[in-house]
Design a protein around this ligand. Structure first.
Ligand code: GAR
Length: 295
């Protein structure tokens, strides 16, 4: 059971002990103050007493656990936890566009990262969410045997799926596998295949991509990695940057979520520009994902 909870909340063993202790202390505090208040108001035992008591502890409990979580350093976990319970009670989900399909893992937004290359962005995203209380990197999808991102998945103990062109473009686009793994959100981090309509339909508004230029410039088919940087250098542009955007059926076209810029110097080469762009990506991509999933 402890192992299941640890996986579900994506926390270390020590943090799980603290969380359980906070639940226990917060629960006792709730019961104690609830009974004290009821006896203070001198309400006769009966159905009214029970209804009022339930109402009272529903209000006191979140306050009690939040209070206890502060000295034990777990405030952000409980803040997210209580927000999620509130949203569930109101029938809302954190991930845009409707109800979460996470089933048992409904306290965790589960991300799948799609990548084709070295996976430096994937690594930064994994690092950022390693001990996160409500977001988990649950799957790595790759279309290239031997890609660096597959070694990252292995080292990080994250399930990986090597996908095939035929099934991706002319089959079910791996939607059943994604649903089966309770994936809520898809992050393209250097993924070089176009996303097929079936996948976009199954995850509308829940797929984002990072592009190594300031879209709408230098986007479209064939514009990836070093081709983008070479084109920027050749054009003589004085600045470049990154774009994080929603994915639709047109290459590098969906609504822009975030952009950040860097200078292109006359001494820059495609390699040095790639390095500056990677720095911008690593700094911003995980934070943007977190903002989208927790707002
Ligand atoms: C990143 O710079 C990303 O912006 C780019 O591929 C690189 C992957 O690097 N994506 C595209 O060009 C998509 N059109 P990484 O494998 O080290 O994360």
């Amino acid at each position: 059971m402890f192992e299941r909870l640890q996986k579900k909340w994506n926390v270390s063993g020590f943090k799980l002990i603290l969380i359980i202790a906070i639940f226990a202390i917060g629960g006792s505090l709730t019961g104690y103050s609830g009974r004290k208040l009821m006896s203070f108001w001198e309400i006769d035992r009966g159905i009214g007493w029970v209804v009022l008591y339930i109402l009272l502890i529903t209000i006191i409990w979140p306050l009690a656990v939040l209070l206890v979580s502060i000295p034990l350093g777990q405030f952000s976990f409980f803040k997210n936890y209580i927000q999620r319970i509130g949203k569930r009670m109101l029938g809302k989900s954190k991930v845009k566009s409707g109800k979460s399909n996470t089933g048992d893992s409904s306290f965790m937004a589960q991300i799948a990262i799609f990548a084709s290359g070295a996976g430096s962005n994937a690594q930064k995203i994994i690092d950022h969410f390693r001990n996160h209380s409500s977001i988990k990197v649950a799957l790595i999808i790759c279309n290239k045997p031997g890609a660096g991102v597959l070694s990252i998945a292995e080292r990080e103990n994250i399930p990986a799926l090597l996908i095939e062109k035929e099934k991706f473009f002319r089959g079910d686009s791996y939607v059943p596998e994604l649903k089966e793994k309770n994936i809520d959100f898809i992050v393209l981090a250097g993924f070089l295949w176009k996303i097929p309509p079936a996948l976009i339909k199954a995850y509308t508004g829940k797929i984002i991509n990072i592009h190594p230029a300031l879209l709408p410039k230098y986007g479209g088919k064939g514009m990836y990695g070093h081709f983008v940087h070479e084109a920027v250098i050749a054009s003589g542009d004085k600045e470049s940057g990154i774009t994080i955007h929603y994915v639709d059926e047109v290459y590098d076209h969906g609504k822009i979520i975030f952009q950040d810029k860097c200078a292109v110097l006359s001494t820059d080469t495609a390699e040095s520009l790639a390095q500056k762009i990677h720095e911008l990506e690593h700094k911003n991509f995980p934070v943007v994902i977190e903002t989208l999933l927790t707002r």
